[in-house]
Design a protein around this ligand. Structure first.
Ligand code: ADP
Length: 727
């Protein structure tokens, strides 16, 4: 019998036995009580049964109802679950934080220790042990695993979390999983009859599309099943959140696919709007934070939704500057503790989010849309919503992705608002007007319709999908978008021009956890003719980390520091400047932190760069781009990069970024070679305002105009040389 739910009685007994002397056991007991109070707890038996009888479970439930942390624990003792459980997340922070939490709840160490039942694997950070039963990983990492194990043989179950975010990777994953779970794909044969179960979890109630998608895979007619009482979850979609409701789970099952809804608790959330639109939402947020702190009763933490790390850091500074003026001894106001929450967060900062505020202190969490559904921050009673988020957007005419600050969708705004009403009645302040809210798009456009598809297409090709046009996708991108991606991959020599299948070079690129452009750059650098793999890895590592250069503000930069920083600049441009910074940092053996400070370099970002560099070196060795001996011989002694090595490095980037080249035209502006678009050199570049024959750049940014960021000078005559050369 497989439906007795989590083994609560024996766990309780264990705590009773251990209680008197063992603080750890007390902690476990406390954790169990918290778990039992989660809305999903009462559904444990239903969920286990649904998967006993079906291949696919579609589980919708409000954020914070306990899906991500509890479902793996409900399943791992099921009789059918002899292999591992993978739980995928769109974001690395969430994967790591959830793994840590679940390990703690299960009372086991995390990661590589032989006792550890829980591990995680995110890009550039693999913490998985042999005996892990539950593995949290990003969608991208599971796709990477499918290169070596396309049938996911080591797994009994894949839990796909946060599907409502509709990242490209999740769409691809669903396509591959559909083939495996229905036994219709080529790879499925490799499972030799071992069943794979799939749980698809979403914070929105819109599950019809998912159900149809899997039904189609099973060759069933479109779902016309009786799904009872879907409206139970529509409280998510009401403007002003509703009162606390009884939990009315509803489920339906077809023998293959089962759906289940978990009702979360929702308290009323009073919502306020600005009467006039604001141009500066940081300042508006600052005002509201202190307003709340002065007027609203404790307890009740504040969660502010902002766009990115830079905005968050600035606002944190502004709040901290203002605190001494507002929270004086006479004011009698509680203290304020400001905590940032965004992608590049250290482990300690992550944990601070979950700890209750110290006595007589209100927490203010400044977050990106990570806190929308991915990470549930406890204690929040007040939400301030900027109405904006940074999203990836494909620029058709530029042929490139760029990160843009955009309006969020209505459903995101409602999710954000809901964060205020999880534990008690709350308040949400929208830093926009009511008509602005009404005008928002209903749902966000899936990423697959907005971004460059070259990674996605290469992902498919590398996993044996020949006809990418007919690969099963929840939302089909346009034919032109697919063709554009195929064309770029051809330009990168990742596909054979004769049959369009993946080339050997393409396979190498696909194994690297990088965009095809960066992958191609690395492969080019490994060519003995170029011989610049290690320096190129250093630069690519910078592009895959947070900015290493601290923004220079007048007050905090003394002349000495500016000069030290200027010494790192290279006249060829930003690529080699990054390289010189990494090399100087790496060669510093006494006090890197101090060195970073003296050079206005972010020590934290640099540590991250060093991490990424280490991982990339190891991956290049695995991909046979460099030998173990060569790697061992690499030292961090500082030697200057010769002119010709510098040129070779830039030629390698040129090889990976054929679309990112612009030349100076007679009116003094730069125009892209492909597409003839105007671009300007970004003010952060060492080449800012310089006039050069031609430039190569890593990315576009948009503010009021089109900027090329991370720019280097190139010579036009290199183009022919680079693109004509054989691979
Ligand atoms: P859902 O997936 O339905 O959004 P979760 O399982 O992520 O819900 O969260 C359930 C509860 O566990 C939430 O109250 C959340 O705050 C808590 N939680 C999740 N991760 C951590 C963590 N790393 N530390 C402490 N609490 C956590």
């Amino acid at each position: 019998q497989d439906d007795e739910g989590p083994n609560v009685e024996s766990q309780k007994q264990e705590y009773r036995d251990n209680r008197p002397q063992n603080p750890l056991a007390a902690r476990q007991k406390n954790l169990l009580e918290v778990r039992q109070s989660l809305p999903i707890w009462s559904q444990a038996a239903n969920i286990r049964n649904a998967l006993l009888e079906n291949h696919v479970l579609i589980l919708a439930g409000e954020t914070g109802s306990g899906k991500s942390t509890q479902v793996p624990q409900f399943l791992h003792t099921s009789a059918w679950c002899t292999g591992r459980i993978a739980v995928t997340q769109p974001r690395r922070v969430a994967a790591v934080s959830l793994a840590r939490r679940v390990a703690e709840e299960m009372g086991t160490p995390l990661g590589k220790s032989p006792q550890a039942l829980v591990g995680y694997n995110v890009r550039f950070d693999d913490n998985v042990g042999k005996n892990n039963k539950v593995k949290f990983l990003t969608e991208g990492m599971l796709l990477q695993e499918m290169l070596r194990d396309p049938a996911l043989v080591e797994y009994s179950c894949v839990v796909v979390d946060e599907v409502h975010e509709r990242s490209v990777n999740v769409d691809l994953l669903l396509g591959f999983l559909r083939g495996l779970v229905t036994g219709t794909s080529e790879a499925a044969k490799k499972r030799k009859g071992k069943p794979l179960k799939v749980v698809v979890m979403s914070a929105t109630a819109d599950t019809e599309k998912l159900k149809d998608f899997f039904s189609e895979g099973f060759g069933e007619p479109r779902a016309e099943d009786n799904i009872p009482a879907v409206n139970d979850t529509t409280s998510l979609n009401k403007d002003d959140a509703s009162v606390e409701k009884p939990q009315v789970p509803s489920a339906s099952s077809s023998g293959k696919i089962s759906t289940c809804f978990v009702e979360g608790r929702m308290y009323p959330v009073q919502t306020e709007y600005l009467s006039e639109p604001t141009r500066d939402f940081s300042e508006a947020a600052l005002l509201q934070i202190f307003q709340i702190h002065r007027k609203e009763p404790m307890p009740g933490d504040v969660l502010v939704f902002l766009t990115g790390g830079d905005v968050i850091t600035n606002l944190q500074q502004a709040i901290e500057d203002m605190i001494p003026n507002v929270i004086t001894r006479d004011s009698g106001l509680p203290k304020l503790l400001v905590l940032p929450l965004y992608a590049a967060l250290s482990q300690a900062q992550q944990q601070a989010i979950f700890s209750p505020a110290p006595p007589n202190t209100r927490k203010v969490i400044l977050a990106t849309n990570i806190a929308e559904t991915s990470i549930t921050v406890p204690g929040v009673r007040f939400v301030i919503d900027s109405g904006k988020a940074k999203i990836k957007q494909f620029r058709n005419r530029l042929g490139l992705d760029s990160l843009l600050v955009k309006d969020i969708s209505k459903s995101s705004a409602i999710q954000r608002q809901g964060r205020a009403g999880r534990e008690a009645a709350g308040k949400c302040i929208r830093l926009y007007t009511k008509p602005n809210f009404e005008a928002l798009e209903k749902d966000a456009v899936p990423e697959i319709l907005r971004c460059d598809l070259s990674s996605a297409v290469l992902t498919m090709k590398a996993r044996g999908v020949q006809d990418v046009m007919s690969f099963p996708l929840l939302t089909r991108p346009s034919r032109e978008a697919m063709e554009r991606a195929l064309l770029l991959l051809l330009q990168l020599d990742a596909l054979n021009p004769e049959d369009g299948n993946i080339s050997d070079l393409g396979r190498k690129i696909a194994r690297l956890p990088l965009t095809p452009a960066h992958g191609r750059t690395i492969v080019a650098a490994a060519d003995p003719e170029m011989g610049c793999l290690l320096p190129v890895i250093d630069i690519v590592a910078c592009f895959n980390s947070e900015n290493i250069f601290v923004e220079i503000k007048d007050q905090d930069a003394n002349d000495e520091a500016r000069e030290a920083r200027n010494k790192l600049s290279r006249r060829q441009g930003d690529h080699l400047t990054l390289l010189s910074a990494v090399q100087a940092y790496a060669s510093e053996r006494t006090d890197r932190k101090q060195w970073a400070k003296q050079h206005l370099i972010s020590h934290r970002s640099m540590q991250n760069v060093m991490d990424v560099r280490k991982q990339l070196r190891a991956q290049c060795q695995q991909a046979k781009l460099i030998t173990k001996e060569e790697l061992a011989a690499a030292d961090d002694d500082l030697d200057t990069v010769s002119e010709s090595t510098g040129n070779n490095i830039l030629k390698c980037f040129l090889r990976g970024f054929p679309a990112n080249v612009a030349r100076l035209v007679p009116d003094g502006s730069y125009r892209t070679i492909q597409g003839h678009m105007a671009v300007a050199i970004h003010p952060s570049s060492v080449l800012y305002s310089r006039k050069l024959e031609a430039i190569l750049y890593n990315e576009f940014v948009y503010t009021n105009r089109t900027y090329a960021r991370s720019v280097s000078a190139i010579q036009m005559n290199w183009l022919e040389e680079v693109y004509a050369a054989p691979t």
